[in-house]
Design a protein. Sequence first.
Length: 276
Amino acid sequence: MVTGDNKVTAIAIAKECGILYDGEENEDPCICMTGPEFFDYIGGFIYTDTKEQVAIMGHQDKLEFESVADLDKMRNIRQKLKVLARSRPNDKYVIVAGLRQLGDIVAVTGDGTNDAPALRKADVGFAMNSGTQVAHAASDIIIQDDNFASIVKACSWGRNVYDNIRRFLQFQLSVNCVALFSCLIGSLVFQKSPLAAIQLLWVNLIMDSLASLALATESPKPELLQRPPYRKKEYIISQRMVKHILGQAIFQSIVILVVLFGGSGFIKEEFCGDWK
């Protein structure tokens, strides 16, 4: 919790919110700090760019060359800090930039003009509907009902939609790989695809309709919020999905090829037709 209130008020509110438990603020000086204490502890902020880069790229791109002076102390703060009281606009900006420098995904809420730099710097900025126009312009999402519970609901639904898209892609790619491989092998061996065009259309109809209803309409679960967020550069098809797709494709292809080449041995003659 980053707030401009004094330390005593901030600690009391943090305990009511469940951020702190009784007596925790006395266990380590890094758990509850003021803005100036935090800024002095990490050694401030430095710029790693050159004057030539700033002149060419402009002021906005200069932000990408900022760095926390002592990254090790910033890493220690990330593990322990829970309440930052008496924070100034510069302190909010520095903590957001430091967390992003360590590779974290950062979301910031705010409603005042002094929150604008931190809102703009964060990966996702949430502005309250009752906030200033400057905060609205700097944020990515505006919370219309001014309720923090809406942020939790938005995160839950966002992760759920992303997971549903992954499930649907995994199913589609698995079935398409099997159909493609079966048609390829059947055409090479029998000079004719084992699946006719109308049959492929039926497979596509079943895949696109029933699979989308089953996989894309699942409601979010509380467990979605217990895991860390996805990285910004992470592929939508993960390595685990690739393993599942290949494993299922190989298994299903083997079953189909067994039926295709040896089906006449254990299927009645009237069902074999031209494939006997």
